[in-house]
Design a protein around this ligand. Structure first.
Ligand code: ADP
Length: 505
């Protein structure tokens, strides 16, 4: 309890009941002010007309002003300019009606100049006749809360802008069930919001059979990956899409998926494939008759002892052979795409096949030597031409990409289950990040030194497909500047049933 000088004096001078009463009242007031100064809120009092009368210590410290400075309308200076109009209007309303007042505004810290948000409340204090004699007001610091709310509002605004995107379909998935979807996704798939709310949108039910396994894998592994798939729309039609799933929670699985309509790209790809297939067929026929004509004319010239002319004609055979190989590869790629690459079944002496391929390649590329280590000493059942195509491709690549390293090595080894044939060069090598990509259709390494080497990125794609059809595997080990080793592993088991299994005559 705090005693003022006046209280002590009164107590000494008049020790009567009035003095005791006054003293008691004063003591109570002093105690009240002490409490009001101690609480972590701002407290102030206003006259009935709203002019400032008193503020607690906490408020005076924060605004760094004395009560005198806050008197009258001095307090307005500590308000954030953007809050003036609203605050004055609300205040005016309360003063006129006597209604309690509540408002959020920013007060300036008198020392730092920074503003913080406060929630202010004011109540009128009335006398026995109901007249307002004072206004009591408090303000609580709600700055943290306000800022959190603002961050949340901004992130909700961003999320809602994203959700309303009319380009990307967005769905929220719980387990297999789609629990929310934006209009774009509903439009893409033909479903309605009623379907969604009625639980009629299930990811697995909406996925075409070919993509069930990969969709299931994405849902169970809960990884963030982008993949292609097809949805079954409500009317049963198929929609080709690109999906990127982002997991949110582990149990039960919740995630967001962004879905992009991929049908235009797929259609374009199909048209490109159709064009390649048609163009390679159209080119192959006249080229075959051109080759036959050249051979015929060459034979006639030789019969007439016009050897120089026959020799000159031979010179066009090499570029025509290159053109032929290119067109054949294009045809093969088209066939692979359509799942129509034929394989014949015959018994193959692997060592003889490799020997032939090596001999041919050495004749064609005099600058390189191919050394074979080991032998298979076994026969395989499969398509001889296709197997030759594998090693011709690997050896011609080894030669092409090793202009300054003339030694090419071939290792042949067998185990009880596999025969492994490796082709090793000591040339340019392939950067690690491209090791998988080089087996993709039309992929070429982007290294400038390799760019100078002619090629179209079909060889390894065809090689990988043939090896796959044999039930085998192809791997690459390579280091830039040191060379590459391509290893083909073929299983030694009963003949594998290949596509169509036609028997070569
Ligand atoms: P192409 O040789 O016609 O470009 P391929 O499909 O045969 O097509 O090869 C794909 C890519 O792989 C090549 O562009 C090249 O970058 C890389 N590559 C293949 N073999 C080798 C090799 N032996 N050494 C270095 N790079 C190679």
């Amino acid at each position: 309890m705090v005693y003022t000088e006046r209280t002590k004096h009164l107590t000494r001078a008049y020790r009567g009941p009035l003095a005791r009463n006054i003293m008691k009242q004063e003591c109570q007031e002093e105690a009240l002010y002490a409490v009001v100064d101690a609480i972590p809120h701002f407290v102030w009092m206003m006259h009935p007309d709203g002019t400032f009368e008193y503020s607690n210590q906490r408020m005076r410290d924060y605004v760094d002003r004395t009560t005198d400075q806050l008197q009258g309308n001095g307090w307005i200076q500590i308000l954030h300019p953007e809050d003036h109009e609203r605050t004055l209007a609300l205040r005016q309303h309360s003063l006129e009606t006597g209604d309690p007042y509540e408002n959020e505004y920013r007060f300036q810290n008198g020392q730092t100049g920074a503003y913080r948000w406060f929630l202010a409340r004011a109540m009128p204090v009335r006398d026995e006749a109901g007249q307002i004699v004072k206004w009591f007001a408090t303000a609580t610091d709600v700055d943290e809360q306000k800022r959190t709310e603002e961050v949340l509002r901004q992130s909700q605004e961003r999320a809602s802008v994203l959700m309303n995107s009319n380009m990307i379909g967005i769905i929220v998935i719980e387990g297999e069930q789609i629990v929310d979807a934006n209009d774009t996704f509903l439009r893409m798939t033909g479903y309605t919001r009623e379907d969604l709310h009625a639980g009629r949108m299930n990811v697995m039910h909406m996925t075409t059979p070919e993509y069930l396994a990969c969709t299931q894998q994405v849902l169970t592994t809960q990884q963030q990956i982008t993949y292609e798939k097809e949805y079954v729309c409500k009317d049963g039609s198929r929609l080709s899409v690109l999906v990127c799933g982002v997991p949110l929670q582990q149990h039960p699985f919740q995630g967001i998926a962004f879905v992009l309509d991929n049908s235009a790209r797929k259609e374009l790809e199909q048209r490109k494939d159709d064009f390649l297939s048609m163009a390679s067929h159209e080119l192959k026929t006249p080229l075959t008759s051109l080759k036959l004509q050249i051979q015929l004319v060459k034979k006639r010239l030789e019969q007439q002892d016009l050897h120089d002319a026959a020799e000159a004609l031979s010179r066009v055979e090499k570029p025509i052979g290159q053109l032929d190989r290119l067109i054949t590869e294009l045809l093969d790629v088209s066939k692979i795409q359509a799942g129509r690459l034929e394989f014949f079944q015959e018994t193959i002496n692997l060592d003889a096949l490799l020997h032939n391929v090596v001999e041919t390649m050495e004749q064609m590329n005099g600058a390189h030597t191919i050394v074979v280590h080991g032998a298979a000493s076994l026969s395989l059942v499969g398509d001889k031409d296709r197997l030759e195509q594998v090693f011709i491709n690997l050896l011609s690549n080894a030669i092409k990409y090793s202009p300054d390293a003339p030694l090419i090595e071939m290792d042949v080894s067998t185990s009880t289950e596999t025969v492994t044939i490796s082709v090793r060069d000591h040339g340019m090598g392939i950067p690690k990040e491209q090791h998988e990509k080089i087996f993709e259709r039309f992929y070429r390494a982007f290294d400038p030194s390799q760019r100078a080497v002619p090629g179209v990125g079909m060889g390894l794609y065809i090689v990988a497909e043939i090896v796959k059809q044999y039930g085998g595997r192809i791997t690459v080990e390579s280091e830039v500047g040191k060379g590459s080793t391509f290893s083909v592993m073929l299983p030694l088991k009963e003949p594998i049933l290949l596509h169509g299994d036609p028997i070569r005559e």
